[in-house]
Design a protein around this ligand. Structure first.
Ligand code: AGP
Length: 614
């Protein structure tokens, strides 16, 4: 889960590549490097730490040229250091490579190459690639053929970009499996390569997505794509609608803060064009390709996802089962693919993924495909693998999400799942007109209700200082807001490094209640929903053990304000959509605590935005 950028054209490659890496830094930020062809020689600069360190190095020791490649790293093999940073150079200095993914058989390849006299200069798995390419170049093959041969020896999933001073008119890139995408930007007499759209949007919106087992040769004025076994590929050019400004922070201190505050708009956008009031309050999800016939045939839905996306899936289970009466299972993707799941052609496997490139989720989709299931996906990144490899998809339409901790790409799929449940219920006839109209009417309230939550950040700013020095925090929820407890805890963990645990409130008395004392803050999610009474007794149990309770409660709920130590008020919300209004204050709570602790909110330690390795 690194960020890769490449450029060939007439602009200063160094600037184009550094700009691109800056926009991809959320994919990995423990070291970075760049290589540019300068006076027919490959010049390299690499530095440990954030990209700014590399930029400072280049200010002292500049390099420039019209063709180059760059990389921002999330280390898997070899600790973060300048020595292990990409690009990696061949022994002759003629070939250089940047890589996303893991060379699973690098140890045996390293041994083989060492036996041939190759001296390795890093501890990375990646370095074997450049030495293999050099091996074939020195036996007289050209760069493209040498790269193809080298790739045929690698095990694992890869996104690779290669440049050689011997063939300075091209950049070669390839994609094998799910190690993060490779997108090629077509300019006027120039080409851009990157592992994600934000890196090239300021230069072009004309893009081509490389499929797995494809290799592309980018020249200044043309692009040639073939399969790894040499068959020509007729590729499709896409026009991307994301504007580069949406990938800017604007007046906010952090992308996460901006993305939290964007949710009224992103929820409006995810509903936009999908609710047809004129035609009897119907939901339209055209890219899902769902027919009435198949809707009636579906025997079960399995939702697969990781992290925050999995929490959205848990809410989806309750919505789809309640509204369309289809049994739904929710599976952590990294578990699904190895548990020999029972699926057949009448099963739907629905993958949820913001990035659409998460390796565990993509591998689980392949497993479901192998077993004959119908594949659906809910994704945010346009053109991502999870979007392209599904039989039908729903785009979250919430714009680029740069902050590593996901926020708007959590609330958007909650609403997408709500609309999906209505559509399936409608097609299966489990939803009568009056109920459907009410659900749609409730849906149209949600952008404004979310906006009202965001306006109440001052209340959160009063509570955050009380928690900023805690070492532990418990989040409790039930029913449709049990996932809210998991998600609230994950947000706090991810960006404040406080040990937080989300727990089904009903489970408290079966163990975790032992943790409660005056030092254990407990966030209880208790809006007016069908599980309210049960949650209220949870608060009383916690108070009976001197627990310090922060309750998320519906406006005007005096019962709770009389017992809780602190109350986070949320506007009354139709219960099936309450996970949207209950999570926003918890996103803001985690954000304000992390900001008070002076932490790097957008790029928390050890994390990356899309996890493209298993
Ligand atoms: C959430 O804040 C994290 N960034 C992480 O848990 C994330 O949700 C998970 O890696 C899944 O990512 P995806 O939605 O891009 O597949």
């Amino acid at each position: 889960m690194c960020g890769i950028v490449g450029y060939i054209g007439s602009l200063d490659a160094t600037q184009v590549i550094l700009n691109g890496l800056k926009r991809l830094e959320y994919r990995g930020y423990d070291s970075a490097g760049i290589a540019v062809l300068q006076n027919e020689e490959i010049e390299i600069r690499r530095e440990a730490g954030k990209l700014i360190n590399l930029q400072r190095l280049i200010e002292i020791n500049p390099l420039s040229g019209r063709i180059g490649i760059g990389h921002t790293r999330w280390a898997t093999h070899g600790e973060p250091s300048a020595r292990n940073a990409h690009p990696h150079l061949s022994a002759t200095g003629d070939v250089v490579v940047v890589h996303n993914g893991i060379v699973e058989n690098f140890l045996e390849l390293r041994e083989e190459l060492s036996a041939e006299g190759v001296v390795f200069r890093s501890d990375t798995d990646t370095e074997v690639i450049v030495h293999l390419v050099e091996r074939y170049l020195s036996s007289g093959t050209d760069l493209v053929e040498a790269t193809r041969k080298a790739l045929s020896l690698l095990k694992g999933a890869h996104g690779i970009v290669i440049l050689s001073s011997r063939e300075p008119d091209k950049i070669v890139t390839a994609r094998i499996g799910n190690a993060g995408g490779v997108v090629i930007g077509i300019g006027d007499e120039e080409m851009y390569l990157a592992s994600d759209l934000p890196a090239i949007l300021e230069y072009t919106q004309r893009v081509v997505f490389l499929e797995s087992r494809q290799m592309a040769v980018a020249y200044q004025d043309k692009l040639d794509i073939k399969t790894l076994d040499g068959k020509p590929v007729i590729f499709e050019e896409h026009q991307v609608t994301w504007d580069p400004i949406s990938a800017e922070k604007g007046e906010y201190r952090h992308f996460m803060e901006k993305e939290i505050h964007e949710q009224a708009r992103s929820l409006t956008d995810t509903i936009a064009g999908r609710v047809d009031i004129e035609d009897g309050h119907r939901v339209r999800l055209p890219e899902l390709n769902l027919t009435r016939e198949f809707a009636k045939r579906i025997d079960k839905i399995i939702i697969i996802a990781c992290g925050t996306a999995a929490h959205a899936g848990m809410v989806g289970k309750i919505l789809i089962e309640r509204i369309s009466r289809i049994p739904v299972e929710v599976d952590i993707a990294s578990e699904f693919r190895y548990r020999d799941p029972i699926v057949d052609q009448d099963s739907v496997v629905l993958a949820i993924s913001q990035s659409g490139e998460t390796a565990d989720t993509l591998a689980a989709m392949e497993e479901a495909r192998r077993k004959g299931a119908t594949l659906w996906s809910i994704v945010n990144v346009i053109g991502s693998q999870a979007m392209r490899s599904a039989d039908g998809y729903i785009s979250m339409q919430c714009g680029p999400e740069i902050g590593v901790a996901s926020t708007k790409a959590y609330t958007a799929p909650l609403v997408d799942l709500y609309m999906l449940a209505i559509l399936i219920g409608d097609l299966r006839g489990t939803l009568n007109d009056r109920a459907r109209e009410q659900l749609i009417a409730d849906l149209r309230l949600i952008p404004d209700l979310a906006g009202r939550c965001i306006e109440r950040e001052d209340g959160i700013k009063k509570i955050a200082p009380k928690l900023m020095n805690t070492n532990h925090c418990l989040f409790l929820g039930r029913g449709i807001n049990m996932p809210t407890a998991y998600e609230g805890a994950l947000k706090l963990k991810e960006i404040s490094y406080i040990h937080a645990e989300g727990y089904p409130a009903g489970e408290m008395k079966h163990g975790p209640i032992a943790l409660i004392d005056e030092a254990m803050p407990i966030v209880v999610i208790a809006p007016k929903d069908p599980w309210y009474e049960k949650m209220f007794s949870q608060i009383e149990q916690a108070k009976a053990r001197d627990g310090s309770v922060i309750a998320v409660a519906s406006d005007g709920d005096e019962l709770i304000s009389n017992v809780a130590d602190h109350v986070i008020w949320v506007p009354e919300t139709p219960w099936m959509l309450s996970p949207v209004t209950t999570i926003i204050p918890l996103q803001m709570l985690a954000y304000n605590i992390a900001a008070l602790r002076g932490l790097d909110v957008d790029q928390p330690r050890n994390l990356a935005k899309s996890v493209t390795v298993e």
